[in-house]
Each structure stands twice: as C-alpha cells, then as structure tokens.
Write a protein that binds this ligand. Structure first.
Ligand SMILES: N[C@@H](CCC(=O)N[C@@H](CS)C(=O)NCC(=O)O)C(=O)O
Length: 395
C-alpha cells in the first residue's frame, strides 16, 4: 500500500520525496494544494505531529474527560480553577463559575469559546476567557442542570455545524443553514457581536482560526470553495472579499478585514490580555510585524508555485531551495527560544505553524532542522491548534 496514491491525495511517506510528488502530479492524482487558487484535495491532511510523539494524549477531549469531575479536571490543570470571589457567581441563575464568565440558565453553550483559552493574563491575573463547549458541559454536570438548558444546547448543536469554539463532540452532521438556525435562536445582540471567519480547510486561514481560538473569542466559520468562489451557504465570496482569497474576517458592523497578518493582529488586539501580540507601539510589536511580514512574503508566498501543476520543475526546485534557506533562518531563531518572540506564543506562531503544515505536501523537507520538528510538536499540541485543525478536518 505504501506509495499508493490515495483518492485525491497521497500518503504522508510519499510526500517526503519531492520527485514522488511530481510523479503523482504528472499522473493527475494530485492537482491541488492547501494554499492555491483552488480547494485543497479531498484527502488533504494537515501535516500535524502526532500528539503521542509530543508526549500527549491523542484521545479526544470528551473521552479523556469522561467520568471526571470538574474539580478533578481543574486540579489536573485542564480547566481553570473556578473563581468563587466573582460577584457574578452569586447571581441568581448562574450555572457555571469560571474565570470571567458564567454560563447562565438557558444560555446555549455553543457560544462559549475554545479549548486552550485560559491562561494567565499579562497583568498577572487570569484572562477573562470562556469555557469551551465540552468543558461547559462537564462543568454543568457538576452544577445545577435544567432540562431547559439541555434542550436548548441540543437544539443549537443539531443546527450548528460549527459555531466557533465548539470542539463540537457529536456535531458531525452539519447544516448548510447553520447560521440561519442559530440566528433564529441566539439573541440578536450576541449575533451582532459575533465575527465570521471565511476559511478553506488547510489554507492560510488556519492561522487566524487558531488565533481566534487562542484568544477565546466567539466566532462563526464559513467555508469558502476557492475554485468556485462560493461560500458554503451559497454566497458569492467575491462580493465579500473582491480579492477572492481567504482569510477574510467579517467583524462587527459587517466590515470585512482581509490579509492574514492584519487579521491576526486585529484578533490579538481584541483580547490584549491573551498576550497573542505585544502592545501596539512597543518594539516587540514591530518584532511581531517583522515576523508576520517574513512569514507572509518569504515563506507563505514561496509555497505558491509548489501547489501549481503547470509550474516547471526547475522553478519548483528553486522555490524549494529558497524555502530551505528561509527555514534555516527560522530554525536559527528557534534555537534557545520556545516561540518566535521568546517564551510567549503569539499570532506569528499561529502563522508559522500553518505554513509548516504544507511542507510535506509541497515536498519541502524540514528534516535537517530538528528544532523545527520540536517547535511543530509544541505548537501542534496546543489545545486551540488541535481544535482548529479538527474543526477544519470535519468539513
Ligand atoms: N495576501 C493574502 C494571501 C492569501 C492567500 O494566499 N490565500 C490563499 C489560500 S492560502 C487563497 O485563498 N487562494 C485562492 C486564490 O488566490 O484565489 C493574505 O496574506 O491573506
């Protein structure tokens, strides 16, 4: 079986060999890439390091947490410790205590945010981030639960394929009309506040997708078919982003932001306490922009010819050689640093990680830089990264 092209893609081991990639392409087995003018192949998988390799547990969160109480999970560091001093916790109807937010009676839990969303804030306290759906459910089990809550959550889950942040166990069946269905049930004020990320699975839109989950923001996802320029709900994507490419982020008031490096900074600035970007005006912020610009022009865009079947081999090999030199620079930076900007994960890491998921597919070998492999394992093991990839995979 090894080396056999799979429907719409090929097995990982083959992709390590650039010539094998080209041979497959020549036979028409692989025509598309995760970051090009058309959609990724049906079989495209992010080249994500296996959690087992990173010393982690590969079981889905819902299985890992089965049968464990909120208190156990909090003491294991899986859930942020409840904050009993929050005055809101004493409000009537409060069901779930958490850092910065309570799930209230009747509130649909799909509006809660993503895994990995709790971390210490830059000011030293706990960031006011939200519980993800799975955790909310676990927390509810330890709290008072009403049939009304259960029924509301079930209705929303059924209707919504993925309103963000939903690690969405059980939400495999999704509706094309998810937003309409949610719109009919969610409070108007909340929908107005919710952002929408236009994405294509495996494309560079994974970077803002990760950032949104890391920030713990509420958002909706809408898939774009890059070949037809139609969104999943049938809208003409060129009316949303006339440039026709993802990512695009619809923000409050219907404004649409484009260009990945800008979108991720917008997301980070919406949650300054997340530390996803240093404060504006500081030298560190310019360092972040320096990396975002480097990743965009020197890495991301250098992959483009590798996803195009008609580009001659000579040009592709030149692109691979250039990428090799650029990745050597990144590897040099990561010697002795956990993340690009130091010890803190930032949106530059979300972007860098995203482009590294294309390397095998594009026949770019990172094997010469073990530091990059370790970095990929580290970032790939973050709950928000796992959740974003899983959400895109389910599409
Ligand atoms: N300058 C844009 C480039 C985005 C981009 O290259 N998007 C690719 C996916 S990774 C895409 O949607 N390509 C479709 C097209 O160009 O038509 C950014 O940085 O956001």
């Amino acid at each position: 079986m090894a080396g056999t092209p799979q429907k719409g893609g090929f097995r990982n081991e083959r992709t390590r060999d650039p010539q094998a990639v080209e041979r497959l392409r020549g036979r028409g087995d692989v025509r598309r890439g995760p970051c090009c003018e058309v959609d990724p192949p049906a079989g495209f998988r992010h080249d994500v390091p296996r959690l087992r390799d990173a010393g982690g547990d590969r079981r889905p969160e819902r299985r890992r947490s089965a049968g464990r109480s909120v208190q156990q999970r909090a003491s294991d560091g899986e859930l942020p410790a409840p904050r009993p001093d929050d005055p809101a916790a004493r409000e009537p109807g409060a069901l779930l205590e958490g850092p910065g937010r309570l799930l209230r009676r009747g509130e649909p839990d799909h509006l809660l945010s993503a895994p990995g969303s709790s971390r210490p804030s830059s000011s030293g306290g706990t960031a006011p981030l939200l519980y993800p759906r799975g955790r909310a459910r676990a927390c509810r089990q330890g709290a008072r639960e009403t049939g009304r809550v259960r029924r509301a959550a079930r209705r929303v889950r059924r209707a919504a394929g993925d309103v963000a942040g939903s690690a969405a166990p059980g939400a495999r069946r999704r509706s094309r009309h998810a937003e309409v269905a949610i719109g009919a049930r969610a409070p108007l004020a909340l929908l107005k506040r919710m952002m929408k990320l236009y994405f294509s699975p495996g494309a560079c839109s994974l970077s803002p997708h990760i950032a949104l989950r890391e920030a713990g923001l509420q958002f909706e996802l809408e898939q774009v078919h890059l070949g037809t320029k139609k969104t999943r709900s049938g809208a003409d994507f060129t009316l949303i982003n006339p440039k026709g490419y993802v990512p695009a982020l619809e923000i409050e008031g219907g404004e649409v932001l484009t260009e990945g490096p800008v979108i991720v900074q917008y997301i980070a600035d919406r949650r300054p306490e997340s530390g996803l970007a240093p404060p504006a005006g500081t030298l560190d912020r310019y360092r972040l922009q320096e990396w975002l610009s480097f990743i965009s022009t020197e890495l991301h865009k250098q992959f483009s010819p590798l996803f195009k079947p008609r580009v001659p081999d000579e040009q592709k090999n030149a692109a691979r050689a250039l990428l090799g030199r650029r990745f050597a620079h990144v590897a040099h930076r990561l010697e002795g640093a956990t993340y690009l900007l130091g010890e803190r994960f930032t949106v530059a890491d979300a972007y860098l990680y995203t482009v590294t998921t294309w390397t095998r597919f594009a026949g770019v070998d990172l094997g010469g830089w073990p530091v990059l492999g370790r970095y990929r394992e580290r970032v790939g093991a973050r709950p928000a990264v796992q959740a974003a990839i899983e959400a895109e995979r389910r599409r």
